[in-house]
Ligand binder design. Structure first.
Ligand SMILES: Nc1nc2c(c(=O)[nH]1)N[C@@H](CNc1ccc(C(=O)N[C@@H](CCC(=O)N[C@@H](CCC(=O)N[C@@H](CCC(=O)O)C(=O)O)C(=O)O)C(=O)O)cc1)CN2
Ligand SMILES: [Zn+2]
Length: 762
């Protein structure tokens, strides 16, 4: 027996086409507006989204895709997983929710971490043996009613119980053997309660997201998946269930779900390259609806509809129903290409943002089920765009390709480390435990306003440049006053550490309004990497030179590395990522060389996204790490031994990439460590890392200022793991999201803590 779902998308952006939610949230957090205003903005955004999805012709409109902060946090609140330190605050539900996300003075926030291999960050639930799961919040049901009143019957989307627990962390103080997954039976009971309520509300379909199963999972986890969906499937009063997966192949989990009593399974046919071949041999699929993720939800290229239709046609006999969908939620792409006024029209014609992707889904579904001639015109239009992109001159640069072909192994090889160290000591003459920062200083409203004014034409370029120089001078003076050893210029001229570089390289396009949520109210505008990459002229050299002229101390040049530039851009899908990485690496290599020529003796190449791009399946790790490491080395090897290369890593657990960190061959690595109390140093020791290391001693993610005593303790812990000759002192990450008042006190405390443990120079 089959039950139809029809064309759909797995999720949709929610920050607002003009970042309405961002503004409403930030205004509410500053107590400039109240709860009612925030709720009204949210309601309007939901209404607009539902209506636009229905009007675009989707058969099934996803519900509950709105969130005030994050969908995993929403699930935690829905099922009562509110840790006591927040419940005890006695705040109203909305403020309790924000306290969990952002912390308050007396209760540090829940952790935040990368959502799989994306640049979206979710809030990590804390689960202990005593967590009592129960349906504690009616938002999912309420929003169903809200849409129903507009005449739109939505399909509520909720993070699935297994993914929820697999992404949670054990509460502090839980027994060492405890895993959140131990609580699956209780959580599934709470989900059953929700499904019952949804059924009574008239919900026909519910979507439970289980992307955790596109990563490697144990047999025990698969058995738990089977048991959970067996139980949910056997409920007599429930909506039909779609279990959605995304970001890769389900592997063995596909068979588990297909043989469970759920009605539909969603598969990612874009990131999941093997699924199409595996589908014919999956038992049980014929009784299911297959929700086929044919339109890429992670990237912004127009879909090759002919190719997608060919794939879709092979699926028709395999499942009871084939419904066309996106590969994942559209949360990861901007709203609408048509809102871009300044994009080159040719490049724009190759792009599909969320609105265009919804259109593609509708066309594909019609072509599949009603015949290609019902949408012949749309298919023709798509064909023209695909052909235009494939043949476009601007995509190819022969000089870049020739340079790539001529690369030799020595281009990715620096001299012997002992010689480098000696040459650098002589050149830099730093004290033991040198202090430095990660690069950015607070991005003040004035700095951002100056940039906005330059964009709108109300100030000219010379005025803008002078404002940035003033800011750089202020930052240099501040660092000298504080007594830091290796200074930075503070990065005021950068809107974003990736976007800024992309705006100065050929092969990239940038958007005006292409915002994508990164976490909470924070957004990024990922650049669009459409062609061969090159650097027409120096990017950072003038700023670095200016800063270095202001001080006798070494100023560290500051660049973003190739892997991070790729990770935070929309990348081309017409050549292997490793090739694109080499091109970006060569552009950065030119910049490194130019900085050196300009007298900059320390150059940092940031790779915070090194871990993020690690494939979800371990079978693909080595291939990725090979090109990732090679591209960093290509970027940093064209210089003298006396030039000191730093790198910076943050935002992740480093265990899986620890050998790659060694292989980067940087002279100094600064790495986030404050929250995990220097743990990473033991991991580095275990793999024989023997270079300079700056474990972060100041958690910059919250406005809290560390006491000097806390920093001293962290430094003592670091000194127990690393000899003083190799230890550097720095914060966890850049300071751009912080305010000057906190930063000054915090850095002062870092400096005095360093003085307290610093051995005499010898
Ligand atoms: N790409 C990227 N990914 C990353 C990070 C990162 O730094 N970059 N860090 C990690 C965490 N993610 C983050 C993502 C965004 C922000 C962030 O602060 N974003 C800013 C926007 C930064 C930006 O692009 N600023 C532009 C313009 C921003 C803007 O909205 N300007 C106003 C006008 C100016 C004003 O009055 O403020 C406007 O146009 O309306 C600039 O400085 O030029 C925000 O959402 O508020 C921070 C961390 C991981 N991923
Ligand atoms: Zn960082």
């Amino acid at each position: 027996m089959t039950s139809t779902i029809g064309s759909t998308v797995l999720g949709f952006p929610r920050i607002g086409p003009n970042r309405e939610l961002k503004r409403a949230l930030e205004s509410y957090w500053k107590s400039r507006t109240g709860e009612a205003e925030l709720r009204e903005v949210a309601r309007t955004l939901r209404t607009d989204t539902w209506r636009s999805l229905r009007d675009a012709g989707l058969d099934s409109v996803p519900g509950n895709t709105f969130s005030y902060y994050d969908q995993v946090l929403d699930a935690a609140v829905t099922f009562g997983a509110v840790p006591p330190r927040f419940a005890e605050l006695g705040l109203n539900p909305l403020d309790t929710y924000f306290a969990m996300a952002r912390g308050v003075e007396s209760a540090p926030p829940l952790e935040m971490t990368k959502w799989f291999d994306t640049n979206y960050h979710y809030i990590v639930p804390e689960i202990g043996p005593d967590t009592e799961f129960r349906l504690s919040d009616q938002t999912v049901v309420d929003q169903y009613h809200e849409a129903a009143e507009l005449g739109i019957k939505t399909r509520p989307v909720v993070v699935g119980p297994l993914t929820f627990l697999l992404l949670s962390k054990p509460q502090d103080g839980a027994p060492a053997s405890f895993r959140p997954l131990d609580k699956v039976d209780e959580l599934v009971t709470a989900y059953a309660e929700l499904l019952g309520e949804l059924h009574r509300a008239g919900v026909e379909w519910v979507q439970l997201d289980e992307p955790a199963f596109t990563a490697d999972r144990s047999q025990a986890d698969l058995d738990t998946l089977r048991a959970a969906y067996q139980r949910l499937g056997e409920l007599s009063e429930r909506p039909k269930i779609l279990v959605a997966s995304y970001f890769g192949d389900l592997g063995d989990a596909l068979g588990v779900l297909a043989s469970s009593p759920v009605e539909a399974v969603g598969v990612d046919l874009v990131a999941g390259q093997r699924t199409v071949d595996e589908l014919p041999s999956v038992p049980g699929l014929r009784e299911k609806t297959l929700v086929a993720g044919l339109v890429d939800g992670r990237n912004i290229w127009r879909t090759d509809l002919d190719k997608a239709l060919t794939t879709a046609a092979t699926l028709l006999g395999l499942a009871g129903e084939v419904a066309v969908s996106t590969s994942c939620s559209l949360l990861h792409v901007p709203y609408d290409v048509d809102a871009e006024t300044d994009l080159d029209p040719q490049v724009a014609s190759w792009l599909a943002f969320a609105a265009q992707k919804v259109g593609e889904v509708v066309v594909l579904d019609r072509a599949l089920h009603q015949g290609r001639d019902t949408v012949a015109e749309q298919l023709d239009d798509a064909r023209r765009r695909i052909a235009d992109r494939a043949g476009a001159d601007r995509v190819r640069n022969n000089r870049v390709q020739a340079r790539l072909t001529s690369l030799k192994p020595e281009h990715a090889q620096r001299g012997d480390y002992a010689n480098r160290l000696a040459a650098q000591r002589k050149s830099l003459r730093l004290p033991p435990l040198p202090t430095t920062t990660i690069g950015s200083f607070p991005q003040t409203t004035d700095v951002r306003k100056a940039r906005a004014a330059l964009r709108s034409g109300s100030i000219d370029h010379a005025t803008y440049k002078q404002r940035m120089r003033d800011e750089i001078e202020r930052v240099i003076r501040l660092q000298e006053d504080l007594g830091l050893d290796v200074l930075v210029h503070g990065e005021p001229e950068r809107n974003d550490m990736v976007q800024y570089f992309s705006e100065h390289m050929d092969g990239f396009a940038s958007t005006h309004n292409g915002w994508v949520q990164s976490y909470g109210s924070r957004c990024v505008r990922p650049p669009i990497l459409y062609g061969d990459v090159s650097r027409p002229e120096p990017i950072t050299v003038e700023w670095a030179k200016y800063a270095q002229k202001l001080t006798a101390k070494p100023v560290k040049g500051m660049l973003t590395g190739p892997v991070t530039i790729l990770a935070w851009s929309f990348v081309r899908d017409d050549q292997p990522l490793g090739i694109t990485a080499e091109q970006v690496a060569l552009a950065i290599r030119d910049e490194v060389k130019d900085l050196e020529n300009a007298g900059i003796r320390v150059i940092q190449v940031d790779e915070p996204a090194l871990r993020e791009l690690l494939p979800l399946r371990s079978s693909q790790h080595q291939e990725y790490l090979d090109w990732a490491v090679r591209s960093f080395r290509l970027a940093t090897s064209g210089i003298a031994e006396s030039t000191q290369i730093h790198t910076h890593l943050c935002y992740s657990e480093f265990g899986d990439v620890i050998n790659a960190i060694v292989d980067l061959d940087a002279d100094v690595t600064s790495i986030e460590a404050a929250r995990s109390r220097m743990e990473v140093l033991d991991d580095l020791n275990a793999v024989g890392f023997g270079r300079g290391v700056g474990p972060g001693v100041y958690d910059i993610h919250s406005p809290r200022v560390p006491e000097a005593g806390e920093v001293t303790d962290l430094l003592k812990a670091a000194l127990a793991a690393v000899p003083a000759e190799r230890l550097w002192v720095n914060p966890d990450c850049g300071l751009k999201t912080r305010g000057y008042a906190e930063v000054e006190t915090a850095l002062k405390n870092v400096i005095s803590a360093t003085a307290a443990v610093r051995p005499a120079a010898g």
